[in-house]
Write a protein that binds this ligand. Structure first.
Ligand code: PLP
Length: 432
């Protein structure tokens, strides 16, 4: 019998009861705006900032409207202006170059290695092109941060970390987000804590954080913040920093605070699911797993593997056949951006130089979410399904080889083998 998986790759767990209760209390008070406090009441947003700063060991924290907003605010607070070039990863998601574009900056893309981290050799070659690096720990893969910081410090390049996929993770014992001048987190539904939308920004830099607080729309009420620099730091910047509203409200903060307390438990659960998938896929011919260095304490809320040097048609075929058995895989290398998959050369507003070595890797990246509503048995089943479909494909003659020149013949064969017409992309075509 052919096994099938019936779970949903986009179903998160419910908000914990403590979060629902705290949210009800905020709604009953009517004081949802973070500066709308009664007497000596401390706003949920201010408490969240204080607790997250303590959790990661930063001096300061600011709660904002989204992860994207956290990144644009960090870029502005670092002085990035219209026309400035900003280094960033070629392997990342659309909100990252989008944050650079939002401040009028020009992304300079840096390549990706087979370990799915930023290519430090390519970075070294491009370091003189910009004053800021917006480093994306894409899908939770953390590069050698000791080496990266040494390079950037020596070149005078300021590092801002995009930790949308690394909340709870660390390199060499130092939490992700604590290496650069700013760490940016998302609390959007698909990240490690869930408030629907939201973001957190951390820093040890007093002036940088004072600017960020002013930027986020503090209406000169910065003294109501707790994980913030003292009032005198604001004295000389409060007249020259524009208000670009993007605050977090007390309702979201209330939902998040109990989740942060559970973060470590959740991270351990994600890693248990990941281990089962990784083990189930080990030694599958044609499939490359991503090595995880011992210095990296990762949080695996998703799983990636590579189908390196496979033809576009064969990759599309595997994805279609897994989909037909209930396993939703995403292909980063697809010719058309679909859903959250995206390729640096599909962001036409940000011109890029071709990067053949990175293109080869990006083309082969297959990505899968691991929501905590999955059990380890679910993950073992998912791995068996992927393994059997990949193994069947690798034995066919057109699986590897020239990919760009996919002929209509191989395209035709991909279709023949695709029992399910659900959404995925054929090479060089619109999604069907
Ligand atoms: C989700 C995400 C963000 C931004 O988060 P939003 O809260 O959706 O703005 C940034 N970087 C990466 C890599 C992400 O996946």
């Amino acid at each position: 019998m052919t096994e099938r998986f019936n779970g949903s790759f986009t179903q998160q767990e419910p908000i914990p009861d403590a979060g629902i209760k705290a949210a009800m209390a905020v709604m009953q008070s009517g004081r949802l705006h973070r500066y709308n406090t009664h007497g000596d009441e401390i706003a949920e947003a201010a408490l969240l900032e204080e607790e997250f700063a303590a959790q990661v060991g930063s001096n300061y924290c600011l709660a904002v409207a989204s992860g994207g907003y956290a990144m644009t605010t960090a870029l502005r607070a670092c002085g990035v202006k219209h026309g400035d070039r900003v280094l960033t990863n070629a392997f990342t998601l659309a909100p990252v170059p989008g944050a650079i574009a939002a401040v009028g900056g020009v992304p300079v893309f840096v390549g990706v290695t087979e370990s799915l981290v930023i290519d430090l050799d390519d970075l070294a070659a491009k370091l003189d092109q910009a004053k800021v690096l917006l480093l994306s720990h894409m899908r939770g893969h953390i590069c050698d941060m000791d080496a990266l910081m040494a390079m950037c410090d020596a070149a005078g390049v300021v590092v801002i970390e995009d930790c949308a996929h690394t909340m709870g993770a660390a390199w060499n014992g130092v939490p992700s987000g604590r290496w650069g001048k700013f760490g940016c987190y998302s609390t959007q539904t698909y990240k490690h804590v869930n408030s629907g939308e939201g973001g957190l920004l951390i820093s040890d830099d007093a002036e940088g954080m004072a600017r960020a607080i002013m930027l986020s729309g503090s209406y000169m009420l910065y003294e109501k913040h707790r994980a913030a620099p003292p009032p005198e730091v604001f004295a000389h910047i409060k007249y020259e920093t524009p208000n670009i509203s993007g605050r977090m409200d007390n309702l979201r903060a209330a939902i998040l605070r109990p989740q942060l307390q559970d973060l470590q438990t959740q991270c351990d659960r994600w890693n248990a699911l990941y281990a089962v998938v990784d083990e189930g896929l080990a030694d599958t011919p044609g499939l490359t797993l991503v090595p995880r260095p011992t210095q990296e304490s990762f949080v695996a809320s998703s799983h990636q593997f590579l189908l390196l040097d496979w033809s576009d048609a064969a990759i599309a075929d595997v994805i279609a056949r897994c989909e037909a058995r209930g396993v939703a895989l995403k292909w980063f290398g697809g010719a058309e951006p679909t859903g959250f998959t995206s390729r640096y050369d599909s962001w036409k507003y940000a011109p890029s130089e071709p990067m053949p070595q990175s293109d080869r890797i990006l083309k082969g990246i297959i990505d899968m979410r691991l929501p905590l509503t999955f059990s380890t048995d679910d993950c073992a089943l998912i791995a068996r399904i992927i393994r059997s479909e990949v193994s069947q494909s690798i034995n066919r003659p057109d699986t590897t080889g020239s990919s760009r020149s996919t002929s209509s013949r191989t395209l035709g064969s991909a279709r023949t083998h695709a029992p399910d017409k659900s959404a995925y992309c054929f090479p060089d075509q619109k999604c069907v």
